[in-house]
Design a protein around this ligand. Structure first.
Ligand code: DGY
Length: 324
């Protein structure tokens, strides 16, 4: 970087690995050193003095923040999703927005599959049962679950993560359907997947797994009407965004027993309020938005976010830039 005055950068949380050390060698760095995100007021105050922001999905970058940040030149989100950022508003200000695709694909797909298997075979319930001292004998009817092999998996969105889940499903002998943008025929053949319409996917899938970003088109993609069309007793896995599901409708379908169960890494809102009915339903498996949380992957995400930010501050298009 040819500048003599180092650009001021605010990072909204400590990040794993070496990435922040590297960033600190190039910029005047301030890192929010708390477990919880900075408050909105703090974020606005920090942004007011910053040329670069490294954000997480908990930090809203919107028009009011941009108005409060006249010197801002770069935003880098440590996530593949960027529904926390008003990208059109950033584009109007010519602020590049970076994200971290690719590096988390397999880690997220691993976790989607872990949730799928944990839900279908009732792993969390089994663990709680043993720990509670309820295990008195082998029983032919104890904790019966759903077979994964031979089941039909409906993938919503065959992007990189959806395709990685399909690859795993194939190894487990599942039949895989998908909805969304048509994949290349070679990819369909490699994964052994078939594209169907939404009605067919809902009607035929034993397990539905969501892999679409949150946008105005996908908000509440799965609502009352869709839940009613699902196979009775079907299972839902969500590692995408909580807002893709109408959570009130989901709770009703789980309570009624129309839906067999749900495994949710993402909810609406996050964190899930402790009085949410989801907390007490036995056929629900919950995780605190950790699908990409492996040591290696989180380190790579941080590093990629730093690469994106440094490129943008240097006047180059970030290697992973979501502006059109
Ligand atoms: C993302 O990257 O969008 C995930 O939700 C967090 O890893």
């Amino acid at each position: 970087m040819a500048r003599t005055v180092r650009p001021r950068v605010f990072v909204t949380r400590q990040l794993p690995g070496e990435a922040l050390g590297r960033l600190g060698r190039h910029v005047d760095l301030r890192v929010w050193d708390d477990e919880l995100p900075p408050s909105r007021d703090t974020l606005l105050a920090e942004a007011a003095n910053a040329e670069g922001l490294v954000t997480l999905l908990t930090d809203r970058v919107d028009a009011p923040l941009l108005a409060a940040a006249p010197g801002l030149r770069a935003v880098s989100n440590v996530a593949v999703g960027y529904d926390n950022i008003d990208v059109p508003a950033c584009t109007t200000r010519r602020i590049p927005v970076g994200n971290t695709p690719g590096v988390l694909t397999d880690t997220t797909a691993d976790f989607a599959f872990a949730l799928l298997m944990g839900l279908a075979r009732r792993v969390a319930e089994a663990d709680a049962y043993v720990r509670a001292g309820k295990w008195r004998t082998w029983s032919p009817t104890l904790l019966l679950g759903t077979d994964i092999h031979g089941a039909t998996l409906g993938i919503v969105g065959l992007g990189a993560i959806g395709a990685a889940v399909a690859r795993r499903a194939r190894g487990f002998g599942m039949r895989v359907l998908y909805v969304g943008r048509k994949a290349r025929p070679e990819l369909e053949a490699e994964l052994g997947v078939r594209r169907v319409d939404k009605a067919a996917l809902l009607a035929e899938s034993d397990i539905v797994s969501l892999h679409v970003p949150l946008s105005s088109e996908t908000r509440h993609w799965l609502g009352n009407e869709e839940l009613a069309r699902m196979k009775p007793g079907a299972l839902l896995v969500n590692t995408a965004r909580g807002g893709v599901v109408d959570q009130a409708a989901l709770i009703e379908a789980l309570r009624d027993g129309r839906l067999g169960g749900a495994a949710l890494d993402v909810m609406d809102p996050e964190p899930l309020p402790t009085d949410s009915p989801l907390m007490t339903l036995p056929n629900v498996l919950l995780a605190p938005h950790i699908a990409s949380a492996s040591h290696a992957t989180r380190g790579r995400m941080a590093s990629m976010a730093v690469d994106n930010l440094l490129a943008a501050l240097d006047g180059r298009r970030p290697p992973h830039c979501v502006n059109p």
